[in-house]
Design a protein around this ligand. Structure first.
Ligand code: FES
Length: 203
């Protein structure tokens, strides 16, 4: 039976609506397809991400040992300090330092340059891992480029038996803090995370 009350144009309206919706949908998909290469190229490639981190095996280090690793194309000191070095670094009044800031990427910019804030005590710890407190306190990781003009300081030298930059005579202490000479800042501490009990990831 025919419904005489129905709008004779209803079928046409419905078809037009469908065509409009379908056209809009196609336009959206087309737009996304055009944009995708531009969006996708903004994501870092896997090899770029890999280059952004450096894993350091700590089991190879005994107290007093130091290695230099490359992190983001720059040398970095990784030193497992002796108890004497840690004690000397802690026995310093931060207010007396030329640079009182920790310069530690793991902490707030305003963090003071205590040895605790300079050491790997500031490093993140991966979920589920447990890291020896003595290791965290003894481990120091810093940039190996002098903050004056970028020379690589010599280890075990200078007024503090720690690092001495021979280029223009900057003396750093066993916490990597500038103590004397033209270098304006402490050696920067990079971002770092203990990903296992014996592996530290920089980056
Ligand atoms: S580059 Fe180190 S003191 Fe000048």
């Amino acid at each position: 039976m025919t419904d005489n009350n129905s709008n004779p144009d209803e079928g046409g309206e419905t078809r037009r609506d469908f065509i409009h919706i379908a056209a809009a949908g196609m336009a959206a998909v087309g737009g996304a397809a055009v944009l995708w290469p531009f969006i996708d190229q903004m994501n870092p490639a896997a090899d770029t991400l890999a280059l952004g981190t450096t894993d350091v095996e700590l089991a190879q280090l005994s107290p007093g040992d130091e290695i230099t690793v490359m992190f983001r194309s720059r040398p970095h000191f990784v030193r497992l300090r002796t108890e004497t070095e840690v004690a000397a670094a802690r026995d310093v009044n931060v207010a007396s330092l030329p640079d009182r800031m920790a310069r530690n990427a793991n902490l707030e910019d305003s963090a003071p340059a205590t040895d605790e804030n300079r050491s790997a005590m500031s490093a993140a710890i991966a979920e589920g891992e447990s890291i020896d407190a003595g290791l965290r306190a003894a481990l120091l990781v810093t940039s190996a480029n002098c903050t004056h003009l970028g020379c690589v300081p010599t280890v075990g030298a200078g007024d503090y038996d720690a690092w001495f930059c021979p280029c223009h005579g900057s003396h750093y202490d066993s916490s990597g803090r500038i103590r004397r000479g033209p270098a304006p800042e402490n050696l920067p501490v990079p971002p770092m995370t203990f990903i296992s009990a014996t592996t530290l990831r920089l980056g």
